[in-house]
Design a binder for this molecule. Structure first.
Ligand SMILES: [Fe+2]
Length: 421
């Protein structure tokens, strides 16, 4: 009897985890599509509703009293005496089977790609890390919106505790002259009007002051029309000697601000890698930049990958994509480094488990961090902000990436290591 109770309780727990996992899985994939934000929001509501209503409905069917149902005491007696299968109604049988199959098939894959297993620990090290104290308590001038002000009252909400970090990345095939190059990487700025320009500008100026060769913003820059006025105070009047590059993200498209943001940044001297591939001549040599705004924004013409001219072989190839789902695209173009955002690190990271929700075809696998698949190293930023001012265990970040040559075990540069898979 004890064994029956334990095993059946474990099975119910497994089904509960599988049920939540199934709908989170769907939620992540829907948000990875290029569907319009309004459509995605509608589907999201259906997903949340289904996740809440299905178990309630099934429990009701199991425990209802009357001619066609059983009361709780009859059901629990049946549960213990007969097999679980016999004790349940057909809707529970069908849905339970679906959930169980999903859990058995996808559960091990999900576990195998937890951050502890998938982050390329051998390809980077953190040189410096500083987390701002919760500045909202001392510096309320950073908050201008009531939603953020209310959310900041929640215990341990990290939305303003920006981590400023410098990470060293080990890059294979790195052209010698680019060793030591520093790239400022910011993502998911989300100008909503909830935070003042000071908040964002503090992060931008810190990155600019770290001796960077180039600054990159990988999408989701402005959310609402009324926040367009923040663009210039945040991104204007920066050192003109440092190239500044951007691509747009899904939020820039959501409210029809694509042209406004592109024009606004270009007028301030920024390079639009989403519209055109770039060749920038820097003191270190030629920096080739490929931009990608898929699946939300498509270029009018999508040129074939140009073969490198002889004088370009010593160039550094940088990919910039809003979504980390473009990892394969970056590899196809031979990017040394691919910079992404979009997933916000999951916004809530649980101890041991890590993030659960991330808008990607890969779920939370690439929620944030450094990932390697030869020949490309991908850095996914946790982003600087978000439309939902909620973060736990997942501080916003402003990052400087310093690239150095990856060494083989015998100490020689990994210059000839190029695997096609
Ligand atoms: Fe974002």
């Amino acid at each position: 009897m004890t064994f029956a109770i334990v095993s059946r309780t474990l099975l119910v727990l497994l089904l509960t985890v599988g049920h939540v996992g199934l709908w989170v899985w769907l939620y992540n994939r829907i948000n990875a599509t290029g569907l319009h934000r309004r459509t995605i929001k509608r589907i999201e509501k259906c997903i949340v509703l289904a996740c809440a209503v299905i178990p309630i409905a099934l429990v009701y069917l199991e425990f209802r009293s009357g001619d066609s149902g059983t009361g709780f005491s009859e059901w629990s007696a049946a549960f213990l005496k007969r097999s679980l299968w016999d004790a349940t109604t057909y809707p529970t049988k069908i849905y339970g089977t679906v959930v169980l199959v999903f859990t058995v098939v996808f559960g091990p894959i999900w576990l195998a790609h937890r951050p502890a297993f998938s982050i390329a620990k051998h390809r980077f090290r953190v040189l410096q890390r500083h987390v701002d104290p919760p500045m909202h308590r001392e510096n309320p001038t950073w908050v201008s919106g009531s939603l953020t002000r209310q959310c900041l009252k929640l215990p341990l909400n990290e939305i303003l505790s920006v981590e400023r970090n410098i990470k060293q990345l080990m890059i294979e095939r790195l052209p010698e002259d680019f060793s030591g190059m520093r790239i400022g990487h910011l993502s998911d700025i989300h100008l909503t009007g909830q935070l003042t320009a000071d908040f964002y500008r503090t992060a931008v100026e810190w990155v600019m002051a770290q001796g960077i060769d180039v600054l990159v913003v990988s999408g989701d820059i402005v959310d609402y029309k009324h926040a367009m006025g923040l663009l210039s105070p945040v991104f204007g009047e920066l050192d003109p000697a440092i190239p500044k590059i951007f691509v747009l993200g899904n939020h820039d498209r959501a409210y029809g601000l694509v042209d406004d943001v592109r024009i606004g940044l270009c007028e301030m001297g920024w390079f639009d890698a989403g519209a055109l591939d770039l060749k920038l001549w820097t003191p270190r040599g030629l920096l080739k930049v490929y931009g990608n705004e898929l699946p939300w924004l498509r270029r009018h013409s999508s040129p074939e990958i140009e073969p490198l001219a002889p004088e370009e072989h010593a160039s550094f190839v940088l990919g910039v994509s809003h979504s980390p789902d473009q990892f394969e695209w970056g590899r196809d173009r031979g990017c040394h480094l691919l910079l992404c955002g979009h997933t916000h690190g999951g916004q809530i990271r649980f101890p041991w488990i890590g993030p659960l929700v991330a808008p990607s075809w890969y779920g939370s696998r690439y929620a944030s961090g450094v990932f390697h698949r030869s020949p490309t190293l991908m850095h996914v930023s946790r982003g600087l902000s978000g439309v939902h001012p909620l973060r736990w265990g997942c501080t916003p970040e402003a990052t400087v990436l310093e690239v150095v040559t990856a060494l083989a075990k015998n100490g020689t540069p990994r210059s000839n290591v190029y695997q096609s898979t």
